[in-house]
Design a protein around this ligand. Structure first.
Ligand SMILES: [Zn+2]
Length: 450
């Protein structure tokens, strides 16, 4: 890993995501954790190189801001593929998944730890530099261990229960200790709010108070499915957004996950209260949740991001595939011109940075921002030609053609974590071997009909 040197990415086609939305060839200079300057190729700047500068060649590469994955359940990654063909309701109530209690025996502490590492490694190698993890079982795990080991940035949504199946609550002191430990290590602790089936005014009050005391966000699965919306209509006589708003639980601290069933009035309320939405297009297709009105949220400037969700719903953490899914789903619903490639990339960069209150330091490639950058190698049959003149196909290529495996270099806060496809922080072969063995030992002989 390169430390304490200037890193210079030379003459690289850069999608800045700055205010002017500049896409051009730049030389990017990184000092410490930040981008210290950005020079347009051919604009007459001479860059004085120093002996210790670390040079990255920009030829045949596109630089984009490091991607945000706004919603991941990483501790179940080893159960990849096992939720297939089921809706969320079936997974929760009547299936192999619910009978196996979400694989609580198979996903012991060691398996959960490796699930996280595997997910983070997949993410960072694919250009994700910030990930919001929503673990189902987090206590007893070594937070923020997997973040530190891989070098990825992120947030952790902390459940008030030891695990969601037992419902046993974590003691307040232990909860705060975990949250403060995360904060002190540079990660964002987020309070986990209840999903609709457990809405309760006292519980919501308690958790909102925690978010205020920790000065952070509260994340709630919000209006994801018709059955969850119906539960609230039946119990409180109104839809989830209306209920939360009427009871004073909708504000700028709230990050609503999924947000599939939002009507125009509810989108207006979300905008007015300053709440945010993270949508998971692939998961919502795969488990047949429905199609979220993302274009309407973006048009209203609601801070909106996207995420891949967990292994039982997606089952991949490829953010390029997620951006493409977002584009396709919006277009099939709202028309071919409803969402452009820029808006899809925005959702995974600056839009997500806004959701987590980080747009002043992340989400674009600009002087003064943290150097979180992914380089895409486009010298491949499924990507050429890439051009950027009077006519440009750069954004369209990123959204429609690039795959996570085309990312070959990733910087996080100025540190080169992935270099020419090689991960510098974790022994990838060892991890893959271990995860493959654990998968075989724990899942291969499970009886689907038991
Ligand atoms: Zn989720």
């Amino acid at each position: 890993m390169v430390k304490n040197k200037r890193v210079i990415i030379e003459n690289v086609l850069t999608v800045t995501m700055n205010e002017k939305n500049e896409i051009d060839e730049f030389t990017i200079i990184i000092e410490g954790e930040k981008i210290s300057s950005l020079y347009k190729t051919g604009a007459g700047h001479t860059i004085k190189k120093k002996k210790n500068d670390y040079i990255i060649e920009g030829k045949h590469r596109i630089a984009i801001p490091g991607l945000f994955n706004g919603h991941v359940h990483s501790d179940i990654t080893l159960a990849r593929g096992l939720g297939d063909g089921l809706t969320l309701y079936e997974q929760d109530n009547d299936s192999f998944v619910s009978r196996k209690k979400w694989f609580r025996n198979e996903l012991d502490r060691e398996a959960r730890y490796h699930s996280k590492l595997l997910q983070y490694v997949e993410a960072i190698k694919g250009g994700t530099t910030f990930l919001c993890d929503v673990p189902f079982w987090h206590y007893g795990d070594d937070l923020p261990g997997p973040f530190k080991r891989t070098g990825i940035k992120g947030a952790v949504v902390l459940d008030y229960r030891k695990d969601f199946l037992s419902g046993v609550e974590v003691e307040k002191e232990a909860y705060y200790d975990t949250a403060i430990n995360l904060k002190e290590n540079g990660y964002i602790p987020i309070v986990e709010g209840p999903a609709e089936e457990t809405y309760d005014i006292k519980l919501l009050e308690k958790l909102m108070r925690r978010a205020e005391e920790l000065d952070t966000f509260i994340q709630m699965h919000l209006a994801e499915t018709t059955w969850r919306v119906k539960i609230i209509e039946k119990r409180f006589g109104k839809r989830p957004v209306m209920f939360l708003n009427d009871e004073g639980f909708l504000n700028r601290r709230v990050i609503g996950s999924h947000g599939v069933y939002l009507n125009d009035e509810e989108i207006g309320i979300i905008k007015d209260t300053g709440a945010r939405i993270i949508n998971c297009p692939t998961a919502e297709m795969k488990i047949s949740d429905g199609i979220a009105p993302v274009v309407k949220l973006l048009r209203q400037s609601v801070p909106t991001g996207i995420g891949t969700d967990g292994a039982l719903w997606n089952d991949s953490a490829d953010m390029f595939s997620e951006m493409k899914s977002l584009m396709l789903l919006q277009r099939v619903t709202y028309g071919a011109s409803s969402i452009d490639a820029y808006s899809c990339l925005y959702s995974a960069t600056l839009g997500s940075a806004r959701v987590f209150g980080l747009d002043h330091e992340l989400g674009s490639i600009e002087t003064g921002k943290r150097a979180c950058i992914a380089l895409i190698d486009f010298n491949k049959p499924h990507l050429v030609p890439v051009y950027n003149g009077k006519m440009s196909n750069v954004l369209q290529t990123i959204i429609s053609c690039v795959r996570a495996s085309d990312v070959d270099t990733v910087l996080v806060d100025g540190k080169i974590i992935v270099e020419r496809g090689r991960l510098n922080t974790v022994d990838e072969n060892e991890l893959l071997h271990k995860c493959q063995e654990m998968g075989i030992n724990r899942f291969r002989d499970l009886d689907f009909n038991a």
